[in-house]
Design a protein around this ligand. Sequence first.
Ligand code: ATP
Ligand code: MG
Length: 387
Amino acid sequence: MRVLVRYHEIALKGRNRPFFVDKLVLNIRRATADLGAFHVQGFSGRVSIECPDDVDWAVLEERLRRVFGIANFSRVLEAPRTLEGLEDAVLRSLAGREIGSFRVQARRSDKQFPLRSSEIDRQIGAAVARATGAPVNLGAPDTTIHVEVLQKHMLFSFERLRGPGGVPVGSAGRVMALLSGGIDSPVAAWRMMKRGCTVQLVNFHAFPLQDRTMIDKVRELAGILARWQNRCRLFLVPFGPVQQQIVASCPAPLRVVLYRRFMLRIASTLAYRHHAKALVTGESLGQVASQTLDNLSTIGAAATLPVLRPLIGMDKDEITVEARRLETFDVSTLPDQDCCQLFVPRSPAVAATLREAEAAEAALDLPGLVATAVAATEEERLRFPKL
Ligand code: ATP
Ligand code: MG
């Protein structure tokens, strides 16, 4: 079986193009590593995949729908490099297939071919109409028969399936995303993967002060996200000791802001250690008390790396639509014990200033608490597909 993969955005990257195409090829290899002997390579502005005929197309299709950088892809068939050869092969593979209205769209990658694309379109179109009785429709056909003229042969296909777009994972550097058990943070992590980042995940949990429900959810969410990235690291940070210190020494209304500031400090330290260049959160402006502009900036000030917030301007409804499409929604909405609900005061501060936060933290051993949490962090490595 042969599949042609097309990319849009990465085609625009000029001199960097080979770098992006190499990443795309590598990611396609990884996404299909368990499906058999695949031959994947870039050629003339596309990526070509050759694999055994017994590979389950439905499975392969699903895998390719999750490789960022793919604009669209088609299963293609081969024909000899003559008009008669093409006509014959197209008609043979049309036998028993219902195509509805159709058009032919040829492209000459090899400009030496004596006929122009439009002539190929016309001649093959006429032959298909004659043989099948199907009407030609140039505007909105049910089926488009794509033809590619290459140097040694021709390729044709009857379908063009949409890929996820974006840019290949691994082409934009590494980031560390804060993954809670909620709806937003998995979407935020996914959006950064789509922009080409390799995303590492970090979760803060209060086990054993709370039960393991959040850890279980986060593992499951990480598994879903790993399907888009093939390899994914998940860091689980025991956060209970930090929370206990904050509760013991700081004013109650500031607790949530102080929890968050510690999360960003600890995540920054882990990010340095694992070569991530930025942090990612699922924050969206004004969504909850901890996400007012004042609180966001007071919280963000604790990070020593840039904090990316891909959902900052999105409504909850819009985020929910994405979470459902990503299939994280049903996991995110399972009940859990979220560490931020631990010791939460009745009226959390909605406009904590940096000065207030720093004054409250003066009572704490910041480096010690961060170092202890980092030392107690557990790392898990996820792989998809599992080999
Ligand atoms: P989410 O649905 O992502 O939990 P949320 O609307 O519940 O978002 P908050 O609980 O205020 O928002 O959290 C804001 C962001 O802070 C989250 O999107 C996540 O990136 C990070 N965060 C919060 N709690 C945790 C946690 N326990 N572990 C890791 N990251 C967290
Ligand atoms: Mg949350």
